[in-house]
Design a protein around this ligand. Sequence first.
Ligand code: SF4
Ligand code: SF4
Length: 379
Amino acid sequence: MKEETVNRLQQISEQNLIDIEQAKEQGRSVIGFYCLYSPIEMAVAVNAIPVPLCGTRNDPIPTAEESLPRNLCPLIKSSYGYGVSDTCPYFRASDIIIGDTTCDGKKKMFELMAHFKPTHILELPQSQNNPMAIDFWRAEIENFKSVIEETTGTDIDDDKLRAAIKLMNRVRKARKALMDVNKVKPAPMKGSELLEILFRVGFMAEKEHGILLMEELTSAALNSTLHDDEAPKRSAKRILLTGVPVGLGSDKIIHIVEQLGSDIVAFENCSGYKQAFIVDEDKDPIEALAEQYLATPCSVMSPNEGRFALLKEMVEEFSIDGVIDLTWQGCHTYNIEAYLVDQMLQETFGITSLHLETDYSESDTEQLKVRIEAYLEML
Ligand code: SF4
Ligand code: SF4
């Protein structure tokens, strides 16, 4: 990316923190979210600022390990470490944090977190197919609405919720349009660039500003003005990254792939395409939110059929050569599902995936490089 774009993205992050502080002084609430299953629209409906809180850096992990087991998923330890050490300004600014009973590690971590931060946990069904699941989840969403109303002192009616759904649909459409730029061959954006944009925009307090920025960068990427020179003409293998979420600081796999001359052109995980859904704007808003959010294709669901459908669609649409399936150490659900992912890819596309299990540290970088290099050569 052009240096001015990189600097601008960094400035946006700094400005965003100032904006959040000012907004708080003016009485706006900040709601911290940990997972894709909680409808962000509930915060948007009361003009609160939603912030994503999943930890993506290694720095706070030693502090977390003073209370949490060392063999826990690094995402959980990083998230907890930021909170307990009070080193994340977004966590500090949050009036309440919202979690879901997704995996065992995360839900038990929230119990500890509740000792130093107001916390609300949505009880997430473990299956999307059980007919009772949607009724139960709908009741959880209703209750979540009451929690947000109580926290912010603002009522949420259907009109506010519909307006929030419309706005968040526009955000998700803009994110998807940006990600879809890489359907072009060769991919106009490196995976690291795409991730940086998506990651930083995710923290922007004003959703309209985020939409404008993504639209601008989408058009720059399509018109080859995102870089000083032409879009990188690489003899790249087109790789899809699936599995656990990644962010700035937990992106070593992406950098290794790029160092080896290939590209992650698409992210199926919840940092990427899992967020590319649209909530029905015509239905009862609570029902629409309950249905769409419960359909999130994460491995905490059993079975998780939606992930396989999404992968099939993406492998075709992004002309994928190879798939890297990433698991954070201690993440049993993604670790186990890797077998089924590989099986499906082999049967459907004749593609063997590369399953990698790692953490946020750099200690295994060389080993990962060897495995990724061998995989890319094999493709
Ligand atoms: S991977 Fe699953 S559990 Fe983890 S944040 Fe994403 S949707 Fe939530
Ligand atoms: S990566 Fe796996 S273990 Fe870690 S928080 Fe997400 S679902 Fe849980």
